[in-house]
Design a protein around this ligand. Structure first.
Ligand SMILES: [Zn+2]
Length: 433
């Protein structure tokens, strides 16, 4: 290990207590999304900390994005520190929102309990521990290499858990994630400390509605049952679509391995009268033939698949039913589409993080693809910046679970990896092996 990396290694190790305190402080802001609680104080906490480390700090509200209001402002923080001379910009992007705590906790989810070498709490793993690790990595780097070239940015952004529209997407539209402002982006999502996440599968959400005709339930032959028509859709999906998708394998290294193929989830189905609980109605239903049934599908697709084909195979099944099944009619409403994204393994940011992982763990990284999407999609699609990966501490399986935690040693080790990668990206030098 060269001198700079040895000094970084030491310096990060000296900051163990700091990374723990930082994580605990972040967890104590209950930034639950929805509705988007405590975003502003959490962003300001990050901003104050980075201002002390010499960063220029800006707060940018995702105005008029979903959920934005004066009660729940979508407050993002973007901090930038210029180096002494020209060079590339490296950006660490973390989301500060967390999902609701839910039931089943044995500790207070927002207290930042420390036990057995771990910090417990909602968002420790996903992904306030990653944010803390990246801040410590950058601060260690500033201490060891004060005359660095280029620039370093750290952002804390909102709403990742609900699609990122008030966070990274909003900032990307303003040019925050494009060249020449930024060259390399690391997103410290919890993909495990020795893995590099190159991207994610695509998503297509749609609602299918089958239509019928209302009639008295005692004489169903006088009407046309929309639920039975949906039954025909489900049966065709079972017979044709599910097996076809299951056979479709990908070269994308998705984890877990079960997601290394095309999938579809039937997210919800509603037909006929409202369920009693939905309307606080406790009486009996009235006898009607349902004239509408709606199915929401969540289709995850692969880099090898064309989105037109993804939609086309669903539409083909519906059209065939329309041609062959008496009175069958349907409507299709598209809800959301995200294209798959995958950074190349030999992209500069992937190579730099790989070198860091090799130095810290003495082995090559595992390259993975996330089964679900995260904010990389906005950086690639809106910012047109493709030198972007996810790398951070935290065990992926713990995200969104009760008693979520992050291992303190994992944060320190991944902070070392991030500091090494930062050095490599800014100076462009490969350390002697
Ligand atoms: Zn996350």
């Amino acid at each position: 290990m060269d001198q700079v990396w040895a000094a970084l290694d030491r310096r990060v190790g000296e900051m163990t207590a700091e990374v723990v305190e930082l994580t605990r402080d972040l967890v104590r802001f209950p930034t639950v999304n929805p509705p988007g609680e405590a975003y502003t104080p959490c962003a300001e906490y990050v901003g104050r900390r980075l201002a002390r480390s010499g960063f220029d700090v800006r707060y940018i509200r995702g105005e008029a994005t979903p959920g934005d209001s004066d009660r729940y402002p979508r407050t993002n923080v973007v901090a930038r520190r210029e180096g002494r001379r020209a060079g590339p910009t490296v950006h660490f992007n973390s989301h500060i929102d967390v999902v609701e705590a839910g039931d089943g906790w044995t500790v207070d989810p927002f207290a930042g309990v420390v036990r057995d070498g771990k910090v417990f709490g909602r968002g420790t793993c996903d992904m306030k521990g990653g944010l803390a690790a990246s801040i410590v990595a950058v601060e260690a780097y500033l201490a060891v290499v004060p005359d660095f070239p280029g620039a370093i940015e750290i952002s804390g952004t909102v709403d990742e858990e609900s699609g990122g529209f008030g966070g990274v997407a909003y900032l990307a539209r303003q040019g925050f994630f494009s060249r020449p402002r930024v060259d390399h982006v690391i997103i410290p999502e919890p993909l495990n400390k020795d893995r590099i996440c190159l991207g994610h599968r695509g998503v297509w959400w749609a609602e299918i509605e089958t239509r019928g005709e209302i009639a008295h339930g005692s004489m169903p032959f006088l009407g046309d049952c929309a639920v039975r028509h949906m039954g025909a859709v489900l049966e065709a999906f079972e017979r044709e679509l599910f097996p076809a998708l299951d056979r479709r394998q990908t070269k994308m290294p998705v984890v877990p391995e079960g997601a290394r193929r095309s999938t579809i989830n039937l997210n919800s189905i509603h037909g006929g009268q409202m369920e009693a609980s939905a309307d606080d109605y406790t009486g009996l239903p009235s006898p009607n033939v349902p004239d509408s049934c709606r199915l929401t599908i969540d289709r995850r697709f692969l880099i090898e698949e064309d989105p037109t084909q993804v939609k086309g195979e669903v539409i083909a099944i519906l059209d065939r039913l329309k041609a062959t099944r008496p009175k069958f009619d349907y409507a299709l409403r598209e809800i959301m589409e995200v294209l798959p994204t995958m950074t190349e393994r030999d992209a500069p940011v992937a190579r730099a993080v790989a070198a860091g992982i090799e130095a810290v763990f003495g082995r090559a990284p595992e390259y993975v693809i996330s089964p679900g999407t995260y904010d990389q999609k906005h950086i690639a699609r809106i910012g047109h910046l493709h030198d972007c990966i996810a790398y951070g501490p935290g065990i992926l399986d713990l995200a969104h679970r009760p008693d979520e935690f992050i291992v303190i040693d994992d944060m320190i080790e991944s902070a070392r990896v991030m500091a090494f990668a930062l050095d490599r990206l800014l100076t462009g030098q490969a350390p002697p092996s």
